[in-house]
Design a protein around this ligand. Structure first.
Ligand code: PMT
Length: 226
């Protein structure tokens, strides 16, 4: 299986020295990439600005902004069987990016933003028989919001991540997540119950979380083929 994985934040520049971004370090996505390589899968890793070494055997594509990430995925997706979006993509960007550093005296205290494309929703029409996995980073009980994102983004699996849990979320080597799967093809999911019961995983290393996700993808790919 060719697996395409995204990791890290995106940066949305206001001028050459200022940007909007978030706390993602890329550790979760890089761990999924390492887990997939361990299982013998060819892996392409689209990484936002992070300072992590590339896991051996992984093909890495570096990007900066959400729009660059979308373009890189669009180039790679045709060769891929599965997409794992663990990147924390900025939902908004400054309406204008200045070519030179903005002078403090010339700046407005109000920043005008425009929405970035939602990468998963943009790619949904190209999904075909590919397996799409998303993450949902929430502050507090993530299940309801993750179930909404699973449906809105047309995913097979969403990894619900309460980033306020000690040892979970941003910038740590461990994570505590809950897997929420869409009902597989052939299994009827009513609009009120479109997903299977959530699978709560204990706090463990991000590499072990990555291993669980990769095994889930292998099983779903096998069931799609069978
Ligand atoms: O990188 P680390 O420091 O290891 O931290 C890991 C993590 C907390 C970043 C990771 O575990 C995680 O939760 N990643 C998803 C963060 C996120 O952006 O969640 P979201 O709920 O805002 O987005 C939902 C899904 O839509 C995600 O799969 C996201 O990649 C995708 N998305 C979001 C915005 C956008 N414009 N396009 C998208 O496709």
């Amino acid at each position: 299986m060719n697996i395409l994985i995204t990791a890290g934040p995106t940066r949305e520049y206001l001028d050459p020295v200022r940007f909007l971004s978030n706390r993602s370090t890329g550790k979760m996505g890089f761990a999924v990439a390492q887990a997939a390589v361990e299982r013998g899968h060819p892996v392409t890793l689209v990484a936002g600005p992070v300072s992590l070494p590339t896991p051996p055997g992984v093909t890495r594509v570096d990007v900066v902004s959400a729009r660059e990430m979308l373009a890189a995925i669009e180039r790679c997706l045709p060769q891929c069987d599965a997409l794992v979006m663990s990147a924390a993509v900025a939902d908004w960007r400054p309406a204008q990016e200045a070519g030179a550093k903005l002078k403090k005296r010339a700046m407005s205290p109000l920043l005008q933003l425009v929405p970035n494309p939602d990468i998963l929703q943009t790619l949904a029409p190209l999904k075909g028989r590919r397996v799409f996995v998303g993450f949902a980073a929430e502050t507090g009980d993530p299940i309801e919001e993750a179930q909404r994102k699973l449906i809105d983004k047309g995913l097979d699996l969403i990894v619900a991540n309460d980033v306020t849990v000690p040892g979970a979320g941003f910038a740590v080597d461990t994570n505590a997540v809950t897997l929420i799967s869409a009902a597989p093809l052939g299994q009827v999911g009513s609009p009120k119950q479109p997903s299977l019961p959530p699978q709560v995983l204990p706090l463990q290393s991000k590499l072990d979380v990555g291993r669980v996700i990769v095994q889930w993808i292998e099983a779903r790919c096998a069931s799609l083929k069978g």
